[in-house]
Design a binder for this molecule. Sequence first.
Ligand code: MGD
Ligand code: MGD
Ligand code: SF4
Ligand code: MO
Length: 761
Amino acid sequence: MVEVIVEKTRTCPLCEAGCGLTVGFKTEPDAPIAVDTPVLRVRGDADDVLSKGFLCPKGASLGHLHHDPDWLRTPMIKRGDSFESATWDEAFAAIADGLLPIIAEHGAQSVGVYLGNPNAHNLGGLLYNRVLLGALGTRNRFSASTVDQRPKEVSAGTMFGSVTVPVPDLDRTDFLVIMGANPLASNGSLCMAPDFGGRIAAIQARGGKVVVIDPRRTETAEKADEHLAIRPGGDAALLAAIAHHLFATDQVDLGHLGDHVAGLDELRAAVADSTPDRVAPMVGLDAAVITGLADDLAAAPTAAVYGRMGTCTQEFGSLASWLVDVVNALTGNLDSVGGAMFAKGATGQPSSKGAPGSGRGFRLGRGHSRVSSTPEALGEYPVTVLLEEIETPGEGQIRAMVTVGGNPVSSNPNSARVDAAMAAVDFMVSVDPYINETTRHADVILPPPTPLQKSHYDLALLNFAVHNVANYSPALVPLADTQLAEHEIILRFAALVGGVPVDGLAEAAATIDDQTAEGMARSMVRDEHGPLAGRDVAEVLADCGDRRGPERLLDLMLRGGPYGAGTAADLSMDVLEANPHGVDLGALEAGRIPDLLRTESGKVELMPEPIVADLPRLAEAVDAAAAQRADDEALLLIGRRHVRSNNSWMHNLRTLTKGRNRCTLQVHPDDADRIGLVDGKLAHITSRVGALTVACEVTDAVRAGVVSLPHGFGQGLDGVQLEIAAAYDGVNTNVLTDEYLRDEPTGNIALNGVPVTVTAG
Ligand SMILES: Nc1nc2c(c(=O)[nH]1)N[C@H]1C(S)=C(S)[C@@H](COP(=O)(O)OP(=O)(O)OC[C@H]3O[C@@H](n4cnc5c(=O)[nH]c(N)nc54)[C@H](O)[C@@H]3O)O[C@H]1N2
Ligand SMILES: Nc1nc2c(c(=O)[nH]1)N[C@H]1C(S)=C(S)[C@@H](COP(=O)(O)OP(=O)(O)OC[C@H]3O[C@@H](n4cnc5c(=O)[nH]c(N)nc54)[C@H](O)[C@@H]3O)O[C@H]1N2
Ligand code: SF4
Ligand SMILES: [Mo]
């Protein structure tokens, strides 16, 4: 038998970089790719319009993920203590028996839904999860967003009127300040920039400068021109002092934003007390360093401050996220070339739809949770609320859970409490490929196909790209008879919740899909500013031809988007299919403000009320830090990512887990000496909520007073069926993180800066 390598192109769905890959299958000449055709290798696609050949070890492992024997290929039903594989009809019948009576008796609010991170990389989920949420009708919605980026979404929403987050113009900036991000490990977040490291090197090669502000000397900090080891949680105070200094030294220059901002005088007053001297103890940097950074930002021809995880998942996440964009605005770098700019995603965003220049604005707290009266943001409650709602009896108590692509037992704070809550519900359904820390509690697991069996378009993340592109990949491998496409799973589940009997689910799913497409087409022809304005709905739908499911919706969004019908690019599915390496839509455009604003005032709100309301709490923390003696400070726990990890779910691939153990507690030598910790020996860590024992790594990479432990490990729990991951010598850091240590305006969890006590174990 002659075997050849057939190369297929597709986008990597594993992280926010969106790299183009070339997947090599070992097969016979002219044979179609079959479900069991082996993947021989994965390489970077040199012709990809954005990634130009870059890939990381995770992308290179996509074949191993595709062939992972623990990836479920059939639905699973819990019988007694163990799971048995089942048909889809049996699985949906089990859900009908277990879930529907709970809803019938206790109402829609009795179901809690948790959506996890992979949904952000998943076309089917992004397009159809809302259909399932609509069918369930519960307000008890939760997601990984409140352990991640909610503060940035809310700061962008309140400043610009919709969640349109600026990204650093990496390829043209002269001065990049990275706060609380480690793109050399994470490959970038809320910033699609494959080969982030190469882009940093290019800034330096063209004479620019890169500063990293991070309590840890990260891989990214190692590459930077300067590393400022900030105290965890010090970012808002630092940025307020930078703003203060810019005002005090008359260096504020709004550039073209001048006529388009509201609240400049109020802002000046709000940072009047944030002198560099006063905030220095909280920031952990000398006042001269703070003013020097401010002067450099003002003097640079172009500059961009970029803040991510470390600036969001901390106690002052909203203030820090807001102030990042305030400093970009005050230095004339917001919405200008080389500064912080807005990507224009081809499928449209609220900021590229409807009338330009103003809108209904952004609202928080349209509802409040039952138990603690916590306000919603973006239709969700913070993950803390999930626990209270499960544990507290009464009308509206959560009695059943649905998780879609989420592992809250691993990823959410106070894991022991999350674990107990998941065990406590009466019924649980998980749309998930693995039996892991969370899904072991499920009664029914509905597994999606592997990434290579899915089509892909980065519907969410392309709105954060450093260069405007559009990239579509068809599924490369067909489904096995026992598998369903993820959107099909979601639609059938929604139909079931809507009362359709099991034998009618396939047909009902198709009907719901038709209705979804029709609804989308209808809203597009109604947008008088869009390219499909005034068109006939039936005709617009007919233009999609035979496409159904995600491809039809995507086609509609492309044709009705900012590069759609009648524009120069004239984007549609046909165009994307004809361009497997992606379509280049040009560099980011400056001067999108005021048109992209959707605030009521039609201005950039420099003083967004829900966020600035938190300033007094910051002032208290600044004073408390100044009053504190250096030696009575608790150690502060922060996280750490590694390029071979992906949150909690990629430790089951030997290609990624091999090598030295990465789940170590990093401790500064001074702290190690004081406590009596020895490199390679065990340390015992205690927080308000839990305790762990783990090997320590003594290194001056972490700031004194700070310890660092990665997340996503600790699969070795009873019932987890991940052979390789469960054998890894790791612990779950979220046993220590505190569900009540939060950013006040959004309820986002402060996963960083958690006070802990460490002793020799
Ligand atoms: N390899 C890999 N890539 C990933 C992931 C992964 O798990 N592994 N996860 C993906 C996901 S879901 C996301 S959201 C992104 C995240 O991508 P990034 O935002 O780059 O996240 P991290 O790499 O965790 O970097 C956060 C940094 O913040 C620092 N930090 C902690 N506290 C503070 C603080 O108070 N102030 C400042 N200034 N810094 C602080 C930490 O030391 C850390 O270096 O990565 C994505 N990519
Ligand atoms: N201490 C600490 N905790 C953290 C972080 C940190 O830095 N430190 N980071 C936080 C961040 S940024 C995030 S985003 C969260 C992530 O939090 P979660 O989203 O809750 O957790 P993940 O580990 O990403 O788990 C993803 C789940 O999706 C499943 N999955 C994988 N692929 C697919 C798919 O194609 N379809 C479906 N339906 N399921 C799939 C996996 O099996 C797994 O169960 O963790 C947060 N937790
Ligand atoms: S950086 Fe790695 S994981 Fe992220 S998209 Fe590229 S290849 Fe995939
Ligand atoms: Mo994340």
